[in-house]
Ligand binder design. Structure first.
Ligand SMILES: [Fe+2]
Ligand SMILES: [Fe+2]
Length: 297
């Protein structure tokens, strides 16, 4: 097992122009809770993926940081050919309208659940955390041909796939928060729309996750099963361990040691404490993510 490989670069915009990748796969973190190089920080996630001849935007953050960060990082959002939404929370979907205005031919892939109302309820107080209305309107305006509702695994190309809903099989993972479909807290939101994207590379799968409301271990096991047991090279995104108890963290680490990804990039809602825990337990393969980082495979 190696924790670093020659064709992996981790660093800021100065090292590589993400859009320049004509072969292989380049992933740039455009929006994240942590940033490098004076980029705009935001509670949200957006990944720019250049793989083969595809340019994919995976989530859009809340919308404020996306365009300024993309400009700073040399990411040309007009070249987005595919927009994938990991799920419908505001911190992943707020930039949809802006992206679709720039990328006027982009296809959009998401689960139909992304547009439903949803709330987080703490101390009896409900907070709306659904997709902003301007984003819902932008999705609604898409033609049938460009909007792809995902209910099961789908291949975007020979090497890029989307999971669709992820089976919840572990007994130590849950959706990660007090999530409901109504402000009164009567209907629990399982966040069924949560999905992940994978890219088949020469060194194994690179898996991109939004918030992992289905659970990180459930997600990685499912991707492995869907691809006939292919090795996982890397996983990048929000692991939503911010509210995880010690048992969940321990079980997650135990499972990750078996799954054995060479690189783990916790971002966004993983939480600083959980990220530190992963780093302590899993060592140099853990690279805490931040906007501005580019990874090559
Ligand atoms: Fe999130
Ligand atoms: Fe989320």
């Amino acid at each position: 097992m190696t924790t670093d490989s020659e064709n992996q670069s981790i660093g800021g915009a100065g090292e590589a122009s993400p859009a320049d990748s004509m072969s292989g796969t380049t992933i740039t973190i455009v929006v994240d809770n942590h940033v490098e190089n004076g980029l705009m920080e935001e509670h949200g996630l957006s990944l720019w993926i250049a793989t083969g001849d595809r340019t994919i935007l995976f989530d859009t953050g809340q919308g404020k940081a996306l365009q300024p960060n993309a400009r700073s990082l040399d990411v040309d959002l007009r070249k987005t050919d595919t927009l994938v939404l990991s799920h419908g929370h505001y911190d992943h979907t707020g930039g949809i309208a802006a992206v679709l205005k720039l990328a006027t031919k982009a296809d959009v892939y998401c689960h139909a659940g992304v547009v439903q109302p949803r709330y987080s309820i703490r101390d009896g107080r409900a907070r709306a955390i659904h997709m902003p209305r301007v984003s819902m309107a932008a999705v609604d305006e898409l033609s049938e041909e460009r909007l792809h509702w995902i209910q099961e695994p789908v291949m975007l190309s020979n090497t890029v796939g989307i999971t669709g809903p992820v089976p919840r099989e572990t007994d130590f993972e849950d959706s990660g928060g007090p999530f409901y479909l109504d402000p009164g807290g009567r209907r629990v939101d399982m966040i069924d729309d949560d999905l992940a994207l994978w890219i088949q590379t020469g060194e194994g799968l690179v898996v991109c996750v939004g918030c992992c409301h289905a659970g990180l271990v459930n997600t990685l096991r499912y991707v492995t099963a869907l691809t006939g047991g292919t090795t996982i090279r890397a996983v990048i995104g929000g692991f939503h361990l911010v509210n995880a108890d010690r048992r969940r963290l321990d079980e997650t680490v135990r499972a990750l040691k078996v799954i054995d990804p060479a690189m783990i990039v916790p971002c966004h809602c993983t939480g600083d404490e959980a990220t530190e825990f992963l780093r302590r337990e899993l060592g140099g393969r853990v690279h805490p993510g931040a906007a501005g980082m580019t990874f090559r495979f």
